[in-house]
Design a protein around this ligand. Structure first.
Ligand SMILES: Nc1ncnc2c1ncn2[C@@H]1O[C@H](COP(=O)(O)OP(=O)(O)OP(=O)(O)O)[C@@H](O)[C@H]1O
Length: 354
């Protein structure tokens, strides 16, 4: 279904937990709600579900305002992080639960459960109890149970938080495929930015009760609209003295201006690796962390410690070694605005070769 939220606001006592949040979700899209703890993600989800009522603002499903509808009439499926399966019920009965409550015919229930068992890869497990399943399997039962009554909207509150890293990775891919197959509009809360980037059609960054940005994972990473979003998503270093960055305009080194730099826009190496040394600054290797496919290098330039990666193919650096550092691109911001700046000298280097 198409979901619209307009000017949603919620206080808990004096505390302003959700502040004027508005957004739309297109039918069949998967939205990741991402942000620091206490930002208001769960509160938004609970208001959508009807478990909490907003102080003001509207929740609109398919063009119909549902503020007054009780949770059971909203056609919503819910999956929580702690499975919340009924321990004394088999997989079959857990999945059938919502259908039994709806007083669906036994034969129809059996057919629907069978469909879901197959959809969620649980065939053969119908008669097991939750304690006889792995964490990943239990969570798949929770999805099957939520989907059984054919909800219009699926709300997922950190569905994989209690699952270990490898299975979690498998479940992410599984969830993405499941949601595409079912075509259900879904919103999931996560703390894990990689999860949101990998799985979601769009990400909403929630901070201090406000919606900071909504966009595709690509937009959020490449075109962050606030410094908070830029520093929250992806790895980065913040530099307070832009004048220290070679190749960046001096008018941009105003004291109120800061630069945020992603590791992929920093290059570190020996002098011989740079065609134009004047586009680089000198630094010292502070730490080297082996990351399997590459080195994570922490390099000190003046007062700043920059983070970047270096290929294993290149000559190994050593801690304490003096190196050259080139910053290709930075995200600059002050109190009011933000913009992307390129290393001018580096572009001159490129034009020398064209
Ligand atoms: N029922 C409640 N009564 C009082 N305060 C509440 C209640 N529910 C939430 N809050 C407060 O509202 C704020 C937002 O909470 P919420 O659970 O929505 O954040 P969140 O972004 O989901 O956090 P987390 O990622 O830690 O789950 C928190 O400061 C929380 O303490």
């Amino acid at each position: 279904m198409h979901l619209e939220v307009r000017n949603l606001d919620k206080h808990f006592g004096q505390f302003h937990a959700v502040q004027d949040v508005s957004f739309n979700v297109q039918k069949g899209h998967l939205i990741g709600l991402l942000g620091p703890s206490g930002g208001g993600k769960t509160s938004i989800l609970r208001m959508l579900a009807g478990l909490e009522s907003p102080d003001s603002g509207d929740i609109i499903f398919h063009g119909q305002k549902v503020n007054q509808l009780p949770p059971q009439e909203r056609e919503i499926g819910f999956v929580f992080q702690n499975y919340a399966l009924f321990k004394h019920m088999t997989v079959f009965d857990n999945i059938a639960f919502g259908l039994t409550v709806k007083k669906m015919k036994k034969s129809a229930i059996k057919e629907r459960v069978q469909e879901l068992v197959e959809l969620t890869g649980l065939a053969g497990f119908e008669h097991r109890y939750p304690h006889q399943l792995s964490g990943g399997q239990r969570q798949r039962v929770a999805f099957a149970r939520a989907l059984a009554p054919e909800p219009q909207l699926l709300l997922l509150d950190e569905p994989f938080a209690a699952i270990d890293a490898k299975i979690r990775q498998e479940l992410r891919t599984w969830l993405r495929e499941l949601i595409e197959r079912v075509g259900i509009t879904s919103i999931f809360v996560t703390h894990d930015q990689d999860e949101a980037i990998e799985v979601a059609d769009e990400i909403m960054i929630i901070n201090g009760g406000r919606l900071e940005q909504k966009g595709t994972p690509w937009d959020i990473y490449k075109q962050p609209s606030t410094p908070f979003v830029a520093s929250f998503i992806g790895e980065s270093t913040i530099v307070d003295e832009v004048s220290l960055l070679k190749g960046f305009d001096h008018e941009q080194s105003h004291p109120g201006i800061h630069a945020l730099i992603r590791p992929e826009y920093i290059e570190v190496g020996h002098a011989s690796e740079f065609p134009l040394l004047s586009a680089t600054e000198k630094g010292t290797v502070k730490h080297l962390h082996f990351r399997g496919s590459q080195w994570l290098v922490e390099v000190q330039v003046g007062q700043n410690s920059l983070i970047t990666y270096r290929s294993l193919e290149k000559e190994t650096l050593e801690i304490g070694q003096s190196v050259h550092v080139m910053v290709h691109r930075a995200y600059l911001f002050n109190d009011q605005e933000s913009w992307i700046a390129e290393n001018r000298l580096k572009n001159d280097t490129l034009s020398m070769f064209i």
